[in-house]
Design a protein around this ligand. Sequence first.
Ligand code: HEM
Length: 120
Amino acid sequence: MTHVHITSWLLAIILFFVALGLHNSGKQKGAKIVSMILRVFYLLIIGTGIELVFRYHLHINPTYILKMAAGLWVIATMEFILMRTSRGRRTSVLWIQFAIAFLLALYLGLKLPLGFHPFS
Ligand code: HEM
């Protein structure tokens, strides 16, 4: 049952871009509200991720640790990008980290045993 996990991070990424779009079009209040909703989705991603680890794989291997670290890294970069954008600071280094972390989480998630397996 990885669908809830996938739905959570897909919606989170959409909300992340909506928050950025609202910010860039000068709608600070809207951006703030969407950022708050996004934080609830962070909890959903982490919650569903932890549930996947504990329900099916009590023997955690290093790939699981890496997968969870990559997932948390994606969340951290989204939060920092929004924070620095709202303060008008540079975000280019964070965007590179976001791209790397996202691809890593995606790759490791798909490589691990549950759900879809395009890489094995
Ligand atoms: C935005 C961040 C994240 C992305 C993009 C992501 C992506 C994915 C993907 C693509 C899968 C495979 C689903 C499938 O094959 O059906 C997956 C599974 C999984 N994710 Fe995440 N994830 C993220 C965050 C997290 C976090 C924060 C955790 C842990 C706290 C986590 C733990 C897991 C676990 C345990 C699995 C199941 C792996 C397996 O046994 O196959 N993920 N994730």
